[in-house]
Design a protein around this ligand. Structure first.
Ligand code: ADP
Length: 391
């Protein structure tokens, strides 16, 4: 039986307007046929396609090429001695590295029509009848070659995006980490100047110092919040059985002084025990509690309530207050980092708390949103899935 050379390369005689020369070489087509005249004929037709064409005259050679190259599509002859096309396709689909490579079966219509069903069962994406119609072959192969290029481009873009995100997060982490100390030192030494030289610098000097202290403390808080924000997702997700009541009670304890000072009441409805992350729940409740106590008009005592409702796939938590509320037009804005709706002088803050909550909860497969009307208080809802798909 006639045999051919391996890895025969055909001319690239059709310039593509989209792909540059480097990309062009990554577009590879494999033709598998035991008959040299078929390989020669197919090679001739495929000259019109902007891709590198490889040839194999047996199933074994095809498999070995497929392990070494990423093909856009494989044209596989059904009838071959030793290992037929179906056996080759089965092995290809069983192998992790090659399982997604599209296969077009090449089959002789008269004898092999019934193979079409089998080809589909095995996972061939298409088939073409012998004698090959060159226009049909070109259009079918072209579709897969273009699809392959688009997939490669998408992969490259995704990788670049992932690297950019990683770099940005690392940058934010390093910046915020290194900025913490200068902010702390500025506040500390301003305090010391005020304490030890307050008399000498007079009232306006002390006012200036108060301003420096206030702003450097704000900067420190900002830096700490950015650090927390950039840390989300850098550490592995943790899951354990947690009693949500305990977590919320601990946070209420943390805010005890503020709660008492404002005469606030916190109504805690029975909460479930869930399989989730204690850090996630603490971050959420701490932020929501801090906001509910802060965004008040000062005319009435804050009233806060925390509830949870069981849904088929998740727990729905709600956190309500009777504060100044949020205009619903800011629905998206409040969850964006550094976005604030209320004035900084009246309500100090960094605008990072809710974006951290959102980033965190989405990592765990949950959602967060709110309902509110101006001056009517706000209710924040968040979901915690009952099961998780992470390892
Ligand atoms: P911060 O409180 O540090 O500004 P957040 O990210 O926690 O940052 O909140 C973003 C914005 O959403 C706040 O600036 C505020 O305008 C609004 N907000 C958040 N929680 C409430 C609430 N409970 N009531 C009214 N407004 C709120």
């Amino acid at each position: 039986m006639a045999r051919t050379q391996n890895n025969l390369k055909i001319d690239l005689n059709r310039a593509s307007p989209i792909w540059d020369s480097q990309d062009r070489h990554t577009r590879k087509v494999l033709v598998v046929d035991d008959r040299v005249e078929n390989l020669v004929a197919t090679r001739k037709i495929l000259k019109k396609i902007d891709a590198e064409v490889f040839e194999a005259d047996s199933g074994n050679k095809a498999l070995s090429l497929m392990l070494r190259h990423e093909f856009a599509v494989v044209l596989l002859d059904v009838q071959m001695p030793e290992m037929d096309g179906f056996e080759v396709a089965k092995l290809v689909h069983e192998e992790e590295k090659t399982k997604d490579v599209p296969i077009i079966f090449v089959t002789a219509l008269s004898k092999e029509e019934h193979y079409v069903d089998r080809a589909a069962e095995i996972g061939a994406v298409d088939y073409i009848y012998k004698p090959i119609n060159s226009n049909i072959l070109i259009s079918k192969v072209q579709v897969f070659v273009d699809l392959f290029s688009q997939k490669q481009e998408l992969k490259k873009l995704n990788e670049a995006l992932r690297q950019n995100n990683d770099e940005l997060e690392r940058f934010a982490y390093i910046c915020s980490h290194d900025l913490q100390e200068p902010a702390r030192i500025t506040a500390l030494y301003s305090e010391l100047i005020k304490k030890n030289y307050g008399e000498q610098i007079g009232e306006s000097g002390r006012t200036y110092l108060d301003f420096i202290i206030k702003e450097s403390l704000h900067m420190r808080k900002m830096v700490t919040d950015i650090l927390k924000f950039s840390r989300v997702g850098r550490e592995p997700l943790e899951y354990e059985a947690i009693d949500a009541n305990l977590i919320v009670k601990n946070i209420i304890d943390e805010f005890k002084i503020d709660i008492e000072a404002k005469g606030a009441t916190v109504e805690l409805f029975p909460l479930p025990s869930i399989n989730s992350s204690p850090t996630l729940l603490s971050v959420l409740i701490r932020n929501l509690m801090s906001n509910s106590l802060k965004y008040q008009d000062g005319k009435k005592a804050p009233k806060i309530s925390v509830k949870a409702e069981e849904k088929p796939s998740h727990w729905l938590f709600s956190f309500s207050d009777n504060g100044i509320g949020i205009d619903p037009k800011y629905t998206d804005k409040v969850f964006q980092a550094f976005s604030r709706v209320h004035g900084k002088s009246e309500y100090p803050g960094t605008g990072i708390g809710l974006s951290t909550c959102k980033k965190f909860i989405e990592l765990f497969g949950g959602r967060i949103w709110f309902t509110s009307d101006l001056n009517q208080g706000a209710t924040f809802f968040f979901t915690i899935p009952k099961t998780h798909n992470h390892p």
